[in-house]
Design a protein around this ligand. Structure first.
Ligand code: 2M8
Length: 458
């Protein structure tokens, strides 16, 4: 990767941090795409790539655009963007389930030609936000950069549109405005207690023994999902493949079918970015009307999931026909979707500031744990069950800015940077001891650090 902007130009008081973050992205750079992390995740992950592009936009706008181009080159015919594009050069025994296990191209006529193979699942749609970010970064560089990014936007727009159409049709046959997921991996918040009740109802059939390479890459296996979780994850993959990845068949037969409020909220705000892109590329009026409709429908859907007692938004289990009553950061979905009534916004901020999240007295930094320390499912060291995730902080920070809450946003940015300065670019962070956990040198953590640093200068 050619770094055009010196990290020194984007820093402020965290000079060393910018250089270290750039170095993480450089080390994980595979040419046209970036490994999510060097050891634990040696492939291209969908929403990781979107965050990575947001960070790269501050270093090299063209390389940032290439990150998304490479990912979208593996888009399925249905419009689905696969959650993993497998790196054919990944060391053997580095990640399970790897390309051989998925081999989705063999079961679905909609999969792109392989290799590289892709997974059959999806992840939250942060990509249009990243593409718009790249456009804005180009704007700061001047006309030459803008004109090359204009070409990128023209190329990527139809792909982004197809991706969002996939989510608003195949993943929302009820027209509820909410995205249905088939697997906790699709939420990106894999073993969050959000999914415990819905997963518990999944009966696992015969599974051959399988390796847990992921456990080799963390200090303590209890930071990763349990064997019971993994059995269910692999069983659900088996079922998706047995259904030939056919959306209708999955919808009829799959035991795990959940409306995910965080993905749905990200889709709303990504649709706003898509509308901006549609304007730049002069997309047909019909597209723009449809995108505007998706935005409205998404907000209405989230309204339906509001729990007035918890003052949070709740996921909905379609199989059990009931909300999943767990207090996690996903509950702030309406904040991420944006344009809430002043009363709803105040209610959300009150909960965010309360001891249930950022106001918890034992937190090292006032940053939101992925699961509320007051929830029974909270585990401070375990993956999505409690630790702090910098990318989640980034989503909340961006949402606060868009809601006009600039002081709060700035506080969140500063605290997040302090945490990263102290602990480095771990995958997730113990909310109490502030130890970085999971993978080291996680690309998306470095990427959001770069964006925060650059934002301190504007
Ligand atoms: C984690 O998920 C993968 C499966 O997709 C895993 O645990 O093996 C999640 O944190 C997910 O959100 C993230 O995209 C991925 C790569 O960073 O790792």
């Amino acid at each position: 990767m050619q770094v055009k902007t010196s990290p020194r130009e984007i820093l402020g008081e965290h000079e060393g941090l910018a250089a270290r973050a750039s170095e993480v992205l450089r080390q994980n750079d595979m040419g046209g795409w970036t490994r999510a992390a060097p050891n634990l995740y040696p492939h291209q992950w969908s929403w990781d790539s979107a965050f990575i592009a947001i960070g790269l936009a501050h270093l090299d706008v063209r390389r940032a655009a290439l990150e998304l181009r490479t990912l979208f080159a593996h888009q399925w015919k249905t419009g689905k963007v696969p959650h993993i594009v497998f790196n054919p050069k990944a060391p053997p025994h580095s990640y399970y389930p790897g390309a051989d296990h998925w081999a989705c191209a063999a079961v679905s006529p909609d999969a792109p030609p392989a290799p590289p193979y892709t997974s059959c699942l999806s992840q939250p749609p942060v990509h249009a936000i990243a593409a718009w970010h790249i456009w804005e970064a180009s704007g700061r560089e001047g006309e030459a950069s803008l004109s090359s990014t204009r070409v990128f936007l023209h190329d990527i727009y139809p792909r982004l549109f197809a991706w969002h159409r996939y989510l608003t049709t195949f993943r929302d046959p009820e027209s509820s405005g909410l995205v249905t997921i088939y697997h906790p991996w699709e939420s990106g918040t894999d073993n969050s207690p959000r999914w415990d009740a819905a997963l518990a109802a999944v009966e696992v059939g015969d599974l051959p023994p399988y390796p847990r390479y992921d456990l080799q890459h963390v200090d303590d296996p209890s930071q990763r999902p349990t064997k019971a979780d993994y059995d269910r994850y692999l069983w659900l993959v088996r079922l998706v493949k047995m259904a030939g990845c056919d959306e209708g068949t999955i919808y009829r037969s799959h035991p795990f079918l959940v409306k995910d409020v965080l993905s749905s909220a990200i889709l709303v705000t990504a649709n706003e970015a898509l509308l901006d892109i549609a304007r730049v590329v002069g997309a047909p009026d019909g597209d723009r009307e449809l995108i505007a409709e998706w935005i409205e429908r998404g907000r209405r859907g989230l309204d339906e999931c509001w729990d007035p007692d918890l003052k949070l938004c709740l996921d909905y289990d379609l199989r059990a026909a009931k909300p999943l009553r767990v207090r996690t950061v996903a509950g702030f979905a309406p904040l991420i979707a944006g344009r809430q009534s002043p009363e709803r916004l105040e209610a959300l901020l009150e909960v965010l500031d309360s001891p249930a999240f950022m106001g918890h007295p034992e937190l090292r930094w006032p940053l939101p744990p992925s699961t509320s320390p007051q929830d029974l499912g909270f585990r401070p060291l375990s993956y999505w069950r409690g630790p702090i995730w910098p990318i989640v902080n980034w989503l909340l920070w961006r949402s606060l800015l868009r809601a006009g809450k600039s002081e709060r946003a700035e506080h969140l940015r500063r605290m997040s940077l302090e945490q990263l300065s102290d602990g480095g670019f771990g995958e997730y962070v113990d909310p109490f001891a502030a130890e970085p956990l999971g993978s080291t040198r996680q690309s998306w953590t470095a990427a959001v650090a770069l964006d925060w640093l650059a934002n301190g200068l504007r």
